[in-house]
Ligand binder design. Structure first.
Ligand SMILES: [Fe+2]
Length: 246
């Protein structure tokens, strides 16, 4: 495999150009507000940082961070694999060979929150810790989650079910974060975040709260109701997971 240290700057250039074009609205991909350049560049920088501690290849982790969310440029809710073609295009344009592209693809796919496990590569752990840190930031529910709901068309209930359904099991399995420094510094933020989203879900059992959310839809531009089959799927997933845990 080629030395990816030589390619990191190229990937920054190609990826930043991709996201800049879509910010200037001259791009034909979807407009992403949550999964845009601020998110992608945050994840890339932190994946590089976590890679040192995890004894992973920092260039692989950083490049994976730069291209891990290309799926959101293609489709609002699909898995990371839906961004594979666009991801490969960015990496080819940045000068990566076929083997290197395959390594990056594996890191991205195995780090996905919805399916990641204990035995992923160290680079995937670094990517996952960086992506999870973004989710766990105390500012995320306040200023970033509304952007997520508008971008993906998910309602508050759908997002709460997704977060609780996917992330609580990871915390219970003690793989919410992989690196010791992230566990030490940020796990308390993750716990507070998951508690908040569990309470949000609980509050939505109150019809007067649902009515309030619906009345505010015109102002918040956050979908008040689940409009997809996904709501049922996520709810079933949560029930199964909770059932297994009780
Ligand atoms: Fe991400």
């Amino acid at each position: 495999m080629q030395d990816l240290q030589d390619c990191v700057n190229n990937v920054w250039e190609v990826a930043s150009d991709l996201y800049a074009r879509q910010t200037r609205k001259v791009w034909f991909w979807r407009k992403v507000t949550f999964h845009g350049w601020p998110h992608v560049s945050f994840v890339a920088k932190n994946a590089h940082k976590f890679a040192f501690e995890l004894d992973a290849d920092p260039s692989v982790a950083e490049i994976a961070g730069l291209v891990h969310d290309t799926n959101y440029l293609v489709t609002p809710r699909g898995p990371a694999s839906e961004g594979s073609r666009l991801r490969a295009k960015v990496l080819v344009d940045a000068g990566l060979d076929k083997d290197s592209i395959s390594v990056i693809e594996n890191v991205v796919i195995s780090a996905e929150t919805r399916s990641r496990g204990r035995n992923i590569s160290r680079e995937a752990m670094a990517l996952s810790d960086a992506d999870t840190l973004f989710k766990a930031l105390p500012i995320t529910p306040v200023i970033l989650s509304p952007l997520y709901m508008r971008e993906t068309g998910r309602s508050l209930r759908e997002l709460a079910e997704k977060i609780v359904g996917e992330q609580v099991p990871l915390r219970d399995e003690e793989i919410y974060f992989y690196s010791e420094s992230a566990k030490k510094s940020y796990e308390k933020w993750g716990d507070a975040n998951l508690r908040l989203w569990s309470y949000i879900l609980e509050s939505l059992d109150d019809p007067s709260v649902v009515d309030l959310v619906e009345q505010m839809e015109d102002y918040t531009k956050i979908p008040a109701r689940a409009s997809s089959k996904e709501h049922g799927v996520q709810a079933a997933l949560s029930r199964v997971r909770n059932g297994l845990r009780n």
